[in-house]
Design a protein around this ligand. Structure first.
Ligand code: FCB
Length: 484
């Protein structure tokens, strides 16, 4: 075949789950309705200077009221699954560090109806229990640095699983605890905006503990459901050959990947991470028996992937680069590593987030997990790209997003062909939405949202994705100049 020939289309495994993903605070709005109380993201977004343009999730995509319209769009695209998150402050709005308090029936009813409507549309719900909207009252008592938060999470997980577990097959305990711990408590670019490295490492452990307690709670309340955890793992590499470059890879791999993977999947913390961080904390918040609680059977691991991570050993001379795409802060999320590691600017294409594009990372991550944890089912629970999309004559021509998706779906297929048991793909995101510290300035959706009118406009990428889903296959790349 000629080098630029399109080639055949490539099929995904039978029964592959095709979805999009969202998170409660990013899309729902209705922050004061039906008994919901504030989360750390309400507080943070209403604090001047924290979010671009002072944006908040007060209204967001108004998905709380428009979910039927949104489900109809998903159905029209032929999607087979929808990953959404439950807002903890809707379920136990009076929670304190001491007790979960009464369950809010109206809050549960919203998600119960959402599940029913999805099932009626032939779309399987996949429920994330924690996508960053911690009840503010728990933060006031120390947040994730406080062990009680993990205990209350276990109780909340049991409530949700008991209410929805007859209809929901997959519960994901946490989304990206790396972000909750390090961006929330070390660099402070995410809620609650604290910059306390020791608290961030306590948060790492308490999030791992919350996963374990939540997993056990889901098993009790919904014995037939699948339990998963979603991590944003890093494909870490270096272009250097010095031992300091390799040490930089080890440190970042430890802080981003192994500090979550090892306790959850192997029942211990990586010794090198404990040693690297010894000057920050003695890890005495890990109590006897905790690792048995963290190390629960897992039915699937969710992998979120956007961008590669390239590091270099740093010798302390000259200005240190930290182009890791995790938001501007004088405080680094890379606890105890900043004296040894830098993150150089990468050449090549980037998304509107400034994130480098390299689909090889998705394949490599899936293959690494397959090699290190054989038999563990893998699901891509987020992947996608932000671009500055505009509606012209009722259309959004987002070719760059289509290219991004095509390359990353090909990477998933490469991993599948090499034997990795990947069973689904969830595109981030269904709708343009509140992109945390970036507010509404970054658009990740395959459906455009006009925030003034709440008008939804499917982008060209939505049609591309619908084609992939319908065929359960990746079509050949069109020849240059040919219309998609
Ligand atoms: C992930 C988050 C998700 C979204 C994407 C762009 O880290 O899980 O909510 O913000 O990034």
């Amino acid at each position: 075949t000629a080098p630029d020939s399109p080639g055949p289309s490539r099929a995904f495994p039978a029964g592959f789950a095709w979805g999009t993903a969202t998170a409660a605070y990013q899309v729902e709005g209705a922050v004061a309705e039906d008994g919901r109380t504030p989360s750390i993201w309400d507080t943070f977004s209403h604090t001047p200077g924290r979010v671009v343009d002072g944006d908040t999730g007060d209204v967001a995509d108004d998905h709380y009221h428009r979910f039927r319209e949104d489900i109809a769009i998903m159905k029209g695209l032929g999607l087979t699954s929808y990953r959404f998150s439950v807002a903890w402050p809707r379920i136990t709005p009076q929670v304190t560090a001491e007790a979960s308090g009464p369950v809010n029936a109206a809050g549960l009813a919203f998600y119960s109806t959402l599940v029913d409507e999805l099932l009626a549309a032939g779309i399987e719900p996949a429920v994330t229990l924690y996508h960053w909207d911690l009840p503010q009252a728990l933060e006031d008592a120390g947040g994730w640095a406080n062990r009680a938060t993990a205990e209350r999470f276990g109780e909340y997980a049991e409530v949700v699983a008991a209410a929805l577990g007859d209809r929901v097959r997959t519960f994901i305990t946490l989304n990206e605890p790396w972000c909750s711990a390090y961006l929330g408590y070390a660099s402070g670019v995410h809620a609650p905006g604290r910059t306390e490295p020791a608290a961030a490492l306590a948060a790492v452990h308490h999030l791992n503990l919350a996963h374990g307690l939540g997993a056990a709670a889901v098993r009790r309340a919904a014995p037939t459901a699948r339990v998963a955890l979603t991590l944003n793992l890093a494909w870490v590499r270096t272009e250097g050959r010095r031992s300091s470059d390799l040490d930089a890879v080890r440190r970042v791999d430890g802080l981003q990947n192994r500090v979550f993977l090892d306790p959850v999947l192997r029942g211990h913390y990586p010794a090198d991470v404990l040693a690297d961080t010894a000057s920050v904390t003695d890890w005495s918040f890990v109590l006897p028996g905790d690792l048995d609680l963290v190390h629960q059977p897992l039915d699937a691991l969710g992998v979120n992937y956007y961008s590669p991570t390239v590091v270099r050993g740093w010798d302390g001379r000259g200005p240190r680069a930290e182009a890791d795409g995790h938001g501007a802060s004088e405080h680094s999320p890379w606890i105890a590593a900043t004296a040894h590691v830098e993150f150089p600017e990468l050449p090549g294409p980037r998304t509107d987030m400034g994130w480098s594009i390299d689909a090889r990372g998705l394949r490599e991550l899936l293959l690494r997990l397959h090699t290190e944890h054989p038999g563990l089912e893998l699901v891509v629970t987020e992947n996608g790209a932000a671009y500055p999309d505009v509606v012209v004559d009722g259309r959004v021509h987002d070719e760059q997003r289509i290219d991004y998706l095509r390359d990353h779906l090909a990477a998933v297929l490469d991993a599948v062909d090499a034997g990795a048991p990947v069973t689904g793909y969830y595109l981030w995101s269904f709708l343009d939405n509140f992109e945390w510290g970036y507010g509404f300035s970054k658009r990740f959706g395959i459906v455009h949202v006009d925030y003034a009118t709440q008008q939804r406009t499917p982008k060209d990428s939505a049609a591309f994705y619908a084609g992939v889903v319908a065929a359960n296959a990746l079509p050949p790349r069109p020849a240059a100049g040919q219309a998609r």
